[in-house]
Design a protein around this ligand. Structure first.
Ligand code: UDP
Ligand code: MG
Length: 355
């Protein structure tokens, strides 16, 4: 059984970026849908550097009189949704964590099913599967299907289920494992699948956005897909030696054919077209292979720099006390909470100095 205590705590972690129109509708929907579980829930917003009234809306909810315990982690600027989720997973201290979007595209009612399956069946990673995506445009559905197909063909060790986003329940042991994954490239869908604990999907119909607009465009999605593939497969990098061998073999065969032809039939001067075709083809193959090298090398540079994934400028609400009391160690970022920053690098340096 995953949750040995009846008195369990589940943290809903919600990254928000310029979402002032969505906050109050989201909290109302939570209160209505999750009333039987409210005593076991806490809500942790991560403000990802919003420039509108998002923080003010959340601060109105911080009062202890509110029916739901609310905390706020503020990042120092916009680091992106993946970094915001990493901050929450590093800092939140609960028996299970549920990352969800604020735009009500992740239906709150499903949280009850997640908790039931976690408690009763001991499943450590209960994820939502989008069975109906009719609210997404056709191009987004098609490109996303193509991505899952290619990703799962290229990776052998980690499989990400199709049509599954970040909306899921993660048991504490999955969260603790995720804190150990220190890469800067936080492709969360892949990282969530990596620990490999018992998992199960629950189907749901994904509605359209309740308010505001999506922060994604196709260029961002393309780069996100590359992040995922580069982080979980080295096949695109290794395949070039095989392509090189195949092209080399074709070259040797054509060389033999050409030499024999010249020997038996004499030199054949015209050959401009075939020569151009070969030069252009090989040029393209070489440029593509250099491009693939660049994709890996640029990400390797990011990893080597080892910069923090996020910087927390302030924590408010009940979580603030727990972080101040030293219950949480931030593994992937720097946390200012009115005091000296806590970070994995700082604490290992302290240990080195004392030993
Ligand atoms: N988000 C974030 N940082 C960003 C972009 C988005 O924290 O840089 C949050 C956003 O506020 C929302 C969630 O991530 O709660 C999902 O964003 P969005 O709805 O734009 O993504 P989509 O549903 O279109 O994939
Ligand atoms: Mg959305």
């Amino acid at each position: 059984m995953s949750c040995p205590h009846e008195n369990y705590l589940v943290a809903l972690v919600v990254p928000v970026y310029n979402e002032e129109q969505s906050i109050s509708g989201f909290v109302q929907a939570l209160l209505t849908a999750l009333s039987p579980e409210l005593p076991h829930l806490e809500l942790v917003f991560v403000d990802d550097g919003s420039t509108d009234g998002t923080v003010a809306r959340i601060e109105e909810l911080l009062s202890p009189q509110e029916p739901l315990k609310v905390s706020l982690i503020r990042l120092s600027r916009n680091f992106g949704k993946e970094a915001a989720m990493t901050a929450a997973l590093d800092l939140v201290d609960a028996d299970a964590v549920i990352p969800m979007d604020v735009d009500l595209q992740d239906p709150p009612e499903l949280v009850l099913d997640f908790i039931r399956i976690w408690k009763e069946e001991g499943v450590d990673d209960v994820y939502g599967i989008r069975t109906d995506r009719s609210f997404d445009p056709d191009t987004k559905r098609l490109t996303s299907e193509g991505f899952y197909y290619i990703f799962n063909k290229l990776t052998s060790k980690v499989r990400i289920p199709e049509n599954v986003g970040d909306f899921r329940l993660l048991d504490r042991k999955v969260v603790l494992t995720l804190r150990q994954l220190g890469e800067r490239n936080r492709f969360m869908k892949g990282l969530f699948a990596w620990p490999g604990f018992a998992s199960r999907g629950v189907g749901y119909r994904r509605p359209g956005r309740a308010a505001g607009h999506s922060k994604w465009n196709y260029w961002k999605l393309w780069n996100f897909a590359l992040d995922g593939i580069v982080a979980f497969s080295s096949l695109p990098l290794r395949v070039w030696s095989y392509i090189g061998c195949a092209v080399g073999l074709v070259a040797v065969v054509s060389m033999v054919v050409l030499i024999l032809r010249v020997a038996f039939y004499g030199a054949d001067v015209p050959g401009y077209a075939s020569l151009m075709c070969v030069i252009l083809f090989l040029g393209a193959v070489q440029l593509i292979s250099v491009g693939v090298l660049g994709e890996y090398l640029s990400r390797l540079t990011e990893e080597v720099k080892h910069r923090p994934v996020y910087v927390v400028s302030r924590i408010s609400g009940p979580l603030s006390q727990r972080v101040a009391a030293g219950l949480n160690a931030a593994s992937n970022g720097v946390v200012y909470n009115g005091k000296e920053p806590k970070s994995a690098t700082a604490s290992s340096r302290d240990q080195d100095a004392s030993s």
